[in-house]
Design a protein around this ligand. Structure first.
Ligand code: THU
Length: 157
C-alpha cells in the first residue's frame, strides 16, 4: 500500500492570497505573546472562520509541563467555544525561538492534528493549513493529509 499526500509550497506570504497573508500575519503576531517560559519556543496560531472572523491563540505552558497546551488547540478551542456553528477555512501556525521566526515551517503536533481532524469532521469542511517558515510555507488542503490512517468517530459506531 502506498499513501500519497499533497503538500504545496509557497516561497513567501506574498505568493498567497490577501486573506491568507492576513491569517499568517495574525499567527506571527500571536506568537510574540505566547506564554512559553519553559521551552522558550513561542508558537502562534490564527484561524479564519467561515464567517470571516479571525481568532488567534498561542502556546500556554505550565510548571507541570503536561498541563500546557499548544497554540493550535488554544486557538481552535476558543473558536469552537465562541462560534460553535462556524467551520474553520484556514489555519496558520508559526513559531519563534531566540526572537527569530523559524526558517523552516513548523508542523502541528500529533495531538493537535487529532483535534483538527475532529473539527474538520464536525463542520464537514476541510481546513487549509499554512505552516510558516521564513524560507518557505508548507500548505496542506486538509488535516487528512497530515494525519493519514486516522482514528475518528466512525470507529465508535
Ligand atoms: N507547540 C505548539 O504550540 N504547537 C506546535 O505545533 C508544536 C509545539 C508548543 C508546545 C510547547 O509549549 C512548546 O511548543 C514546545 O513543545
Amino acid at each position: 500500500m502506498e499513501i500519497r499526500i499533497n503538500i504545496e509550497e509557497a516561497a513567501s506570504p506574498d505568493n498567497l492570497s490577501d486573506k491568507e497573508q492576513q491569517v499568517i500575519a495574525a499567527a506571527l503576531e500571536a506568537a510574540t505573546h505566547a506564554y512559553a517560559p519553559y521551552s522558550k519556543f513561542y508558537v502562534g496560531a490564527a484561524l479564519l472562520l467561515s464567517t470571516g472572523e479571525l481568532i488567534t491563540g498561542n502556546n500556554q505552558e505550565n510548571a507541570a509541563y503536561p498541563a500546557g497546551l499548544c497554540a493550535e488547540r488554544v486557538a481552535m478551542f476558543a473558536a469552537n467555544a465562541k462560534h460553535p456553528n462556524s467551520g474553520i477555512d484556514i489555519l496558520a501556525v508559526a513559531a519563534m525561538m531566540d526572537g527569530e521566526f523559524l526558517e523552516e515551517p513548523v508542523y502541528p503536533c500529533g495531538s493537535c492534528r487529532q483535534s483538527l481532524l475532529e473539527t474538520e469532521n464536525r463542520f464537514k469542511k476541510p481546513i487549509r493549513i499554512l505552516m510558516y517558515g521564513k524560507n518557505r510555507i508548507h500548505i496542506a488542503n486538509s488535516i487528512k493529509d497530515l494525519l493519514p490512517l486516522s482514528f475518528d468517530a466512525s470507529f465508535l459506531k
